[in-house]
Every structure is written in structure tokens, then in C-alpha cells.
Write a protein that binds this ligand. Sequence first.
Ligand code: SAM
Length: 322
Amino acid sequence: MEKNITVDYLRLSVTDLCNLNCVYCTPLEKREFLTHQEVLRYEEIARLIRLFIEIGIRKVRITGGEPLIKKNIVALVEMLKKIEGLEEISMTTNGMLLSEYAAQLKKAGLSRVNISLDTLKRDRFKAITGVDSFLEVWEGIQAALAVGFDPVKLNVVPIKGVNDDEIVDFAKLTLKYPLIVRFIELFHTNQRSKKFIESLLSSERTKKLITEELGEIKPSHMIKGEGPASYYKISGSIGSIGFISGSSSNFCHCCNRIRVDCAGRISPCLFSGHIYDTRPLLRSNTQDEKLLEDIKKLLSLKFQYTKYTIKERKIEMSSLGG
Ligand code: SAM
């Protein structure tokens, strides 16, 4: 394992289903969704998380698919909140159902939310996601701020010819709202994203579009859950902007995360294709000791299997979670 890196962050996908159908995310080919039986139950998830705490995980981010379409998602947050040693629970959502759930999630113990949004235009939202729900997402963002999630981050994937004319408008949101707007470089995950990869807008280019219009941006620190992003402020802003450059730069050496999909498959790296399937073990009489031993072994390989060691890309963000 890399020196000085503590793997303390786990991304937990709770469903492979989504209520949106984003042009660059969901696979082109007809998808086989997992059956109810194949997806981990909340008790099984809680057992896994307890084991992960023993090997150093301290933060869990719930993702999907879309986590808010999962039945009783608030109950999962409550269950995780009771696990000793788990210091933070956060969520990545498309925000469509957030205005309904924000207060309940906050009360259950969720600390932070990241909301994915690639456009501020209603028609374009429908063109990108297949659903006319921009207004619901916008209400979700306002609800997240109103109930006091701190910080509320917006995740934007800038793509040439799709939303590059809105980069400055997204940055300007930080003048009015205490949002952290993060521009995340598109990466090549599957056949669908491949169609767009030539339209990738690098963080460098995105930053330039902002500074050309809004002037110099100053580096900003102390943002909770900082991870691999670099953060800046535009003059006079109450929020911040961030850049995640997963395609144009390599931050594998400082990656502190592992992923578990909704069927209980652990991936030490999003791109590794190297997985460990816990579900058969969780559903047999396997002792915690054996599971722990295997998970530790898998983690020791984390830095051997990275996006630079695989050739074929078949990653489904829609089930493994971004
Ligand atoms: N449904 C939730 C949401 O929309 O936030 C969680 C799952 S979604 C897969 C998580 C994030 O992955 C979204 O912000 C989405 O934009 C991002 N994503 C999907 N495919 C991507 C790709 N090829 N490159 C970069 N980000 C991607």
C-alpha cells in the first residue's frame, strides 16, 4: 500500500436503479438490473460497514444508481449512524427527490450532500437526463441548504457542446449561495461515455473560461471532504468552486477510497475491474474473521490495480456509483 495514505472513505452504492437516464452515464446497451434478492439488505450492509470500521474506514458516502429511490433510505442512514466509529455519512444524489427527504435525512444523521447537476436550463436538463425535472432538482438544492447540510456541493460534468456555455453561470452561483460547485472531468467508463470523451473539457480549460469572464480565482482551503478536488473562490463569493481532474491528471497515489456496489462487490479502485464478492459469504455461515482477512488482502492490492493498469473499460457508474 502507498505510504501515508489511510484508506478511510467508502462509497456505498445502494441500488443500480436510477430515475434519470443521463446521456454519458447509463450504458447504451439494454441493462440487466439486479433483482431484489441480489441486492444487499440493510442489515447486510450494516454488517459490512462494521467490518470496514475495524480496518480504518471512517466515512461512508451513499450513492447509486439514485439512492433516494431506494425504499426506506432514511432507515439505512439511521442504522449506519448507530455504528460506533463511523464519523461521517454523506450522500451523492441527483436531487430530484431531495426536497421531500432533506429534513428527514438530516434528522437521521446525514452530514453532507453532493447534488449532480449539469445544466441550469430546464430544456437542456431534459435533453441530458431524459426527464423534465430541473425544477424539482433546484427545489432539492434549496431544501438541502435550508435544512443546514454543510457544505452542499454541486457536481457538474462539463462537456463541450453540451453545457460548456454554462460554466460561468455555475461559477456565479457561488456569489449568491454558499454552494461548492465542483467541475468534474468526464472519464471514459463505458460505451456511452466513450461517445463524449472527445468532448471532454479539461479542468484547465474550465478554469480558464471562468477566469476570462470573472477574473482571478484564489485557492481556498478547509472544505470538508476535500478528497482529490482543488478549490478556489471567485472574488466576493460566499461559496467556492472546485475542480476534479480525474482524466487529465493522476491522483491514484493519493486515493483514499474504496467502493462497494449494491450487490456487495468490493472494488479497491473504480477502474480496477478487480472485485471481491461478499454476498455469498454474508449469506452463508462465514465468520467475520474470514471476511476481514479477505478484505484486508484486497486492500493491500489497491494501489496495484488502477486506471493505468487496465485496458478495457466497462465501468458502470450507474451501478457502482460516481
Ligand atoms: N444518482 C446519483 C447522482 O446523480 O448523483 C449518484 C450516482 S451518479 C452515477 C454519480 C455521479 O457520477 C454523477 O455526478 C454523474 O455526473 C457522475 N458520472 C457518471 N458518469 C460519469 C463519467 N463518465 N465521468 C464523470 N462523471 C460521471
